[in-house]
Design a protein around this ligand. Sequence first.
Ligand code: ADP
Ligand code: MG
Length: 723
Amino acid sequence: MSVSPSRLAAISAANNYRTSKTVAFTESHSAGLFGKNVFNDKIMQQRLPKMAYKSLRKTIDTGAQLDAAVLDIVATAIKDWALEHNATHYAHVFQPLTGITAEKHDSFLEPDGRGGAIAEFSGKQLAQGEPDASSFPSGGIRATFEARGYTAWDVTSPCYLVENANGVTMCIPTAFVSWTGEALDLKTPVLRSMKALDVQAQRVLTLFGHTNIPMVTATAGPEQEYFLIDRNFYLARPDLFTAGRTLFGARPPKGQEFEDQYFGVIPDRVLAFMHESEAELYKLGVPVKTRHNEVAPSQYEIAPIYENANIAADHQQMLMITLKRVARRYGLECLMHEKPFAGVNGSGKHLNWSLGNAAQGNLLEPGNTPHANMQFLVFCAAVVRAVHRHSGLLRALVASASNDHRLGANEAPPAIISIFLGEQLADVFEQLKLGKAKSSKAAGTMHLGVDTLPLLMRDAGDRNRTSPFAFTGNKFEFRAVASGQSIAAPLAALNTIMAESLDYIATKLEKATKGKKFEEAVQDVLTEIARDNGAVIFNGNGYSEEWHQEAAKRGLPNLKTTVDAVPVIAAKSTVAAYERFGILTRRELEARRDIAFEQYVKAVIVEANIVTELVATKYLPTAIRYQTELAQNAAALKIAGVKADRSLLTKVSGLIAELQAENAKLAKIRQHHANGLEAEAAHLCDTVLPQLGSVRKVVDALEAICPDDSWPMPTYEEMLFIK
Ligand code: ADP
Ligand code: MG
């Protein structure tokens, strides 16, 4: 008997890993790969007749309706391009309310009626698909007998090819709606919110005297954190592959306390994986830019350059899928769960967000003297007002059973949504409360004391990692977003609540006349917003107890769990904003709220199932075998006349009894059938989740004393450190 087979396999995988060159960045530059598998602007221009190209471009650039006449022409061009790249199938790719990507594949081949087949692809097939909608969550919007759902091509997000060893699939990004026209996906509200934001931002820019204003788009750059562990371990841990997180596991002797992992040298196997993932992502046109080691052992981060928010959301889904896919080629598993391991940091997704256009640039760019930059202040104040009024919604849209383990746990932002503006801007807002802002604290330079080092430009504000919503120079960074979730819903919310604030401001300003009067009106609205919404601005330590008390005094909601937060999805304030701009109706919002509860309930029940099962089939038998061994040892010693120390036997026996009792208790409370979804969720949150912890505590105590060679699951030490 020796160590566990999964450990041996993982050790051998780590030890015997040899570079196998699948991506030759050493020989060719990455630029040639970029967008290779995308039907992008350049290819459109090459392959489409001028008039069709112009028409399609107009739809993409201005949001105008697509001319039906060009559809067939575009479809033929896309088909020819796909077939030249050996595609056999096309797939409408959509994002149902499960939050993960769904795809329906169809072959290009159609029988020709004479025993052969030809490749067919019409405008209709490009523009519209019809997957059976009945098996996707609809939150009661649709009964199962009304199964029809439609996918509709999102013209603004380019088609792309997904390569597999045995073939190529041409993917079409689509929205997904029900037969009755209700949105059943995450993309539709994003598209609608982009439009609303454009319209309202244009009003404000017009007031500032701009003319011929190009479309204003939201931009997004999501930073993705993830864990990579050897796949042998992953497959040996049913909790990891079923629930996405470890539900058991004693603390390893070493965790992240040495702080030696963050930005550390990337291990060879991991770096090779990164190269290949990046190559795949380049081909798909995903502009990934940075990579580094994160704080926890075996945790990493990848971030793209920001893009149009809708495309960034699609790319973000592609990125998650690609990381998972490529990891397996390296014998690794990529974990996107927010808290796969207790005791070390979890993973998040920092969603960087701004808005701008081709003429005015980034509308959240303050320049060096923000106090004098009225237009910037208006857009910035609009964000402050939006987040203050809808902080509960932002919290609700990142809520999930898995993210609950991260938010508020002193490594991730707290569940209270506040805004960090930095010293300079916070000062400007303080001045605004009193009237006109007259000065901006200077940024300046920093001398490093060594003349060979360059003079560093010091930013006007430091970073604040404890803030859930931080201004970082020329964009806001929403840090409470979950690592495993789609960024679509938070994005749609940011765009919508921003549109609402811009609408409010534009309406006020439109009443004022031009010239001096206009400046005064801007001044007044800024002062009003700073006074009414300044409570959401907080530059201090978001982890501190004082902040929790202070936030309560300021009336900021502290929605600690998913159960507390989710109702805000369909609250009056949300419905008002979403209905005003035609983003989602009350019914659609209520459906989304119910689905969020449903997902929560299912997630916790699955975890409870796994815990009871693993205790019964793995942990208890292991402990009982050890108990028997100890008992036999005691008996043998007695016969041999040696005085036996029975303390270990007593301890193990005590833990076995405790484990049986706790597991029985879990099985009992899990049976509870509450009245309705919300009550069920509350029961799971308040009663079942803590009980999972109680069971775990006993198992972890056993892990610390049972023989290593018979322990049935890979340990934290193995999973986090063998690489
Ligand atoms: P950090 O958060 O460490 O300061 P960066 O400044 O590199 O990192 O930015 C992080 C992310 O923010 C990147 O994905 C970047 O592209 C994105 N970003 C930068 N500017 C904008 C913008 N105007 N709108 C949206 N995202 C942006
Ligand atoms: Mg960041």
